[in-house]
Design a protein around this ligand. Sequence first.
Ligand code: FAD
Length: 392
Amino acid sequence: MAELETFREATRAWLEENCPSGARGPGPIPNGSTKIEITDTDTRVWLERMIEKGWTVPSWPTEYGGGGLSKDEYLVLLEEMRRLSARPPLWSFGTSMIGPTLLELGSEPQKSTHLPRIARAEVEWCQGYSEPGSGSDLASLRTRAEDRGDHFVINGQKTWTSGAHNADWMFILVRTDPDAPKHEGISFLLLPMDQPGVTVKPIRLISGDSPFNETFFDNAIAQKADLVGELNKGWTVGKRLLQHERSGIEALVSGSTADAESGLVRAAKRSLGEASGRISDAAYRDQVLAYEMNNHVFRLAQRRAVEESDGGTPGPVTSIFKVYGSELQQTYYDLMTKIRGVQGFGAGRDGFDEADLETTRQWLFYRASSIYSGSNEIQRNIIAKRVLGLPD
Ligand SMILES: Cc1cc2nc3c(=O)[nH]c(=O)nc-3n(C[C@H](O)[C@H](O)[C@H](O)COP(=O)(O)OP(=O)(O)OC[C@H]3O[C@@H](n4cnc5c(N)ncnc54)[C@H](O)[C@@H]3O)c2cc1C
């Protein structure tokens, strides 16, 4: 206990000295892509300092670039970061999805090759799961990988591939045995994106953004050494990765969960007025309070689940996090837009400032949170079967 207190004091002092003011509160969070330049100085300095400490991935072993922190030390670090509203220095598909999966299920060469690069923010990954016709029924996927001795040759198509245009590597589910029952003929591969056999075509949204892509494979190559787990046993690896993705545990580190007054309360006071330190409008005050309490309880439940699972990512219970977390996000942005009145529904430029437009963009974006990473209907099926043990 005394050791933990010493760690807390040292951590607090180090953070106060090393977390630049521009890395506190909302702002950019790098993802490690070699194709994206970090233009904000404080964000870059914060990242560099945290890499040096191994605190971009605090609980990973030091030999893979992590901080080697115990579960208790990790939680102390998160608390101390929240105290300063320090942003996570790095958030990527590497830190939140493929990294934890390789730590559990990767070979030693896979770990020593890929994990340090993720920890040092030298790479970003994308997720090649969904295909046209294979979303919720993911195991029906048809992208083929043929075994050619020391490598696989891949042909087919993925879709909705978030960030593929900026990614350096992809983790991909492929069919390696077309004659086996559908869950048993799938393998999990790692694939460099910068090769002639991979073509990325942006899917343009009505807003003009292209956050995701169609990805085509035309004799693309993945090395045999980049097969994770056993041949035709990739479904197990793929499912475990989804649990890391759905856990939302990285949110525990987010500056937005700071104990100080939340962005929603501040926005409500600004838009609706403030009386005696409280939001003036009683009806909205109730709704904002209900959101704040539910959000706090949710974070505590997540933290308890992490503690009970020895600091790692829990199993099927992550589907509960996914459903409740995504509904909370949607409630947050529903309230954010409503409290702004007509300013909360900015679509064009005229009459709306950047904050109005950003609120609308976020509100629209989070409509998707109950779809991506497996829709909430599918999560409810998993909760019914795997958590509650209800019959099919
Ligand atoms: C913003 C965003 C980012 C994404 N990023 C990625 C990515 O990076 N990589 C990737 O591989 N994929 C990605 N996806 C794809 C995502 O995983 C799929 O959209 C999702 O799994 C649903 O599949 P689908 O779109 O094919 O819908 P469908 O599977 O066609 O489902 C349509 C509707 O039917 C419901 N439904 C289907 N089956 C059942 C069932 N058995 N019981 C009850 N209801 C059911 C679904 O809940 C849904 O409401 C992303 C999606 C979005 C929106």
